[in-house]
Design a protein around this ligand. Structure first.
Ligand SMILES: Cc1cc2nc3c(=O)[nH]c(=O)nc-3n(C[C@H](O)[C@H](O)[C@H](O)COP(=O)(O)OP(=O)(O)OC[C@H]3O[C@@H](n4cnc5c(N)ncnc54)[C@H](O)[C@@H]3O)c2cc1C
Length: 364
């Protein structure tokens, strides 16, 4: 049996654990310094922007398409295994287009998607008003509707993956800080924790913004920095618009995510560390006005939200690679037993299945 240690139990680590648990000759252990889904994953909105993204070819599109396809089989598979349903919104994503000059780009995307076998609809303001009477369409040139894009609750998904992987023999240890990695012999490494030193034949770093310091312990630099995102949950007395049509709505990069029962997530800010403040993360001060700007942006395209009660606010740190595109899924130079599966930045929930399937293929 090959001993595999996965460091990090966000959506990426949990997905890798679950997909690898299908390989017969692996003994898999997942370590996290916190309970599952407490990092970026716990802050994410779970919007899976695949078909409606402007990525149409190469690695970026392949990862998206692989993930979207896998989600369609994965969710029923997990629901069957666990005997409960998962919050998976199959009503698509509606993107409001405010700039008429962007329409040719959307029309070109629509044609490309048609050849790829995916529907993408371009609605007039009138069509949009009929489908979504709760939206303020002043200034909206058109709306792009992608019926096959999805949204999932990232924390519920991660917990389900942990449970299903446990049923297949994966061991999880939470509250387990990994301090570093050390070469052991030519085939294995030591994963150092305060409690024990774990000898592993394969180590997978799915540790989000914590990945860089672990690569540094092997004298390798894979810079992955944090990008702050703030979001909020609101509650209305009744759902917005038509009860049987509740897609995710996106306007000016602000998502309105229906949760059922009149509750919605709204987000998120995208806040970069400033050069002037290198200790940005340690001394992190949340700027409430940035979150309020997001709420006001959502009210602008959905005025009924002005009456909603804010029930929760939160933030997370997205892991963003520096000097290379997101995500980083690679063997660590000089250490072929170490894989980095991190830096998924704004699309970790979307890209987790493709990341896990890639590793399943490489380690299979
Ligand atoms: C507000 C917000 C909204 C978002 N919305 C979306 C969205 O709609 N769709 C989407 O696809 N993505 C979204 N994202 C991005 C998404 O959250 C991330 O890309 C994704 O969660 C990354 O997952 P991960 O498992 O790599 O990292 P994380 O969830 O951060 O998990 C990493 C884990 O590693 C652990 N760890 C780190 N270092 C160590 C160590 N040394 N020892 C032990 N454990 C360690 C941490 O405790 C953590 O649990 C959003 C992010 C934010 C902040």
């Amino acid at each position: 049996m090959r001993r595999v240690t996965i460091v990090g139990c966000g959506v990426v680590g949990a997905m890798i654990a679950y997909e690898l648990s299908q390989l017969p000759d692996l003994k898999i252990c997942v370590l996290d310094r916190q309970p599952p889904a407490q990092g970026a994953t716990g802050a994410a909105l779970g919007v899976l922007m695949g078909i409606i993204s402007h990525k149409v070819k190469g690695r970026n599109w392949r990862l998206r398409e692989t993930s979207l396809r896998r989600y369609e089989t994965l969710i029923p598979e997990l629901e069957d295994t666990l005997g409960r349903s998962l919050p998976f919104n199959r009503q698509g994503i509606l993107n409001l287009c405010f700039d008429p000059e962007e329409l040719p780009r959307w029309e070109s995307l629509q044609q490309i998607r048609q050849t790829q076998g995916y529907p993408l609809e371009i609605w007039s303001a009138e069509q949009t008003a009929t489908a979504c009477p709760h939206l303020n369409l002043r200034g909206v040139a058109a709306a792009i509707y992608s019926p096959q894009d999805r949204q999932i609750d990232p924390a519920a998904l991660t917990l389900a993956l942990v449970e299903a992987a446990q049923l297949r023999g994966v061991r999880f240890h939470f509250d387990r800080q990994v301090n570093g990695l050390q070469p052991h012999d030519s085939h294995s490494l030591i994963v150092e924790t305060p409690e024990e030193s774990l000898v592993s034949d394969i180590v997978i770093l799915a540790s989000g913004t914590g990945s860089s310091s672990l690569t540094q312990s092997l004298n390798q630099s894979v810079p992955i920095g944090p990008v702050l995102g703030q979001a909020l949950q609101v509650k209305l007395t009744a759902p917005l618009g038509q009860i049987d049509f509740q897609p995710v709505v996106n306007g000016n990069d602000i998502h309105l995510v229906p949760l059922g029962g009149g509750s919605y997530w709204i987000g998120a800010t995208v806040e970069f560390p400033t050069d002037a403040d290198p200790s940005w993360v340690l001394g992190l001060k949340l700027e409430e006005e940035r979150l309020e700007a997001v709420r006001q942006g959502a009210i602008a395209f959905c005025p009924a939200l002005a009456e909603a009660t804010v029930t929760k606010t939160w933030f997370g740190l997205r892991p963003r690679p520096q000097g290379q595109p997101a995500p980083v899924i690679t063997q660590l130079p000089g250490h072929p037993q170490v894989w980095v599966a991190s830096g998924h930045y704004r699309n970790g929930v979307l890209l987790a299945p493709a990341t896990a399937l890639y590793l399943q293929e490489k380690l299979g």
